[in-house]
Ligand binder design. Structure first.
Ligand SMILES: *Cc1c(COP(=O)(O)O)cnc(C)c1O
Length: 212
């Protein structure tokens, strides 16, 4: 099926939620196909790959909205602030500090979401649910960052609903309006639980080949 047809099939299932087309590992031509079908919001998980693809694409499409959905190293904060409209993976004080400095230097202030380790998995990135409120205060009060959302990736292989509900409740408690949750396998559940943005790769672009 073409990307245009997949998009058309997905749209009615989205309700009010924004579709973030996750184009990581997929070639420029696939992104172009999505753009030609009207898609404007994209997600990438690596800074270098996003630079390579989206700098040229922005010459042709000036209304692309680009989200960073993968881990960010502090030494790439400057590039990330200049490239992305939204950074969804703010997950530690050192990164908050680096983003604040990068914003001051470049004058760019991308929308920021805190990544929450909603399943409290030891190996996973993100701030623990119980620490999110304090981390939000630190971002705002110490670093003068404007954080407007939460993002999560629930534990693999578990029923995601209770995790989505927990992220939604946390976002409500903190009065954060952007809730990024749900991927190809579970986005309809995420939307039912209050996702305002879903991140879809496979459902739109097909399977990814493994990275070299
Ligand atoms: C790759 C990725 C997605 C998209 O995953 P699919 O299952 O292909 O839809 C969503 N969110 C994050 C953080 C990702 O890294």
């Amino acid at each position: 099926m073409s990307i245009a047809l997949r998009l058309a099939a997905l749209r009615p299932k989205l309700g009010q939620a924004t579709l973030i087309a996750v184009s990581k590992t997929h070639p420029l031509e696939s992104v172009r196909e999505a753009l030609n079908a009207g898609q404007r919001v994209f997600g990438e998980n690596r800074v270098q790959e996003a630079l390579k693809k989206f700098v040229p694409l922005r010459q042709d499409f000036d209304d692309i909205e680009l989200h960073l959905i993968g881990p960010l190293q502090t030494n790439k904060a400057q590039t990330a602030v200049e490239l992305f409209d939204v950074i969804q993976t703010l997950d530690r004080p050192a990164l908050a500090e680096a983003l604040a400095k990068a914003s001051a230097k470049s004058g760019k202030r991308p929308r920021l979401y805190i990544e929450v380790n909603i399943g409290q998995e030891p190996q996973k990135a993100g701030v623990g649910p119980d620490e999110t409120e304090a981390f939000l205060s630190l971002c705002r009060n110490t670093y003068a960052l404007s954080v407007s959302g939460l993002m999560c990736i629930p534990p693999l292989g578990k029923e995601p609903r209770s995790y989505f509900e927990a992220l939604k409740a946390l976002a409500n408690h903190l009065a954060l309006s952007h809730i990024s949750m749900g991927m190809s396998a579970d986005f309809e559940t995420a939307i039912a639980c209050g996702a305002t943005e879903v991140r879809l790769g496979t459902a739109l672009f097909g399977h990814r080949s493994p990275r070299a």
